[in-house]
Design a binder for this molecule. Structure first.
Ligand SMILES: [Zn+2]
Length: 99
């Protein structure tokens, strides 16, 4: 879970979750109000986790599983991804760029 680099306050799942879906680079610590940034490593991890349901989808298609089952699995898969993403949310004091 995310921890503030300034005051070491551990962010709650719900706060991380909310910040995750604002899609902003800059997020503010609920405890000390300092600006924090999503770390590059966390972004990499989160994008990898987000790809898991897609990979499962390809595997299911390869095994010619029926569409109804694939859709159900995908919905559950993405719901699980959304729920676990805050655990991969890590903060940095400085803005880190991908390139
Ligand atoms: Zn803080």
């Amino acid at each position: 879970m995310a921890q503030c680099n300034n005051c070491k306050h551990s962010w709650s799942w719900s706060y991380s979750f909310k910040k995750l879906f604002t899609f902003k680079d800059e997020v503010y610590c609920p405890s000390c109000q300092s600006a924090q940034y999503v770390s590059k490593q966390a972004r990499n991890h989160m994008s990898m986790v987000a790809m898991i349901p897609m990979l499962i989808c390809f595997i299911l298609i390869a095994f010619s599983v029926t569409t109804a089952i694939i859709i159900t699995v995908e919905i559950i898969g993405y719901a699980l991804v959304i729920l676990v993403l805050p655990f991969f949310y890590k903060l940095s004091n400085e803005k880190e760029y991908f390139f």
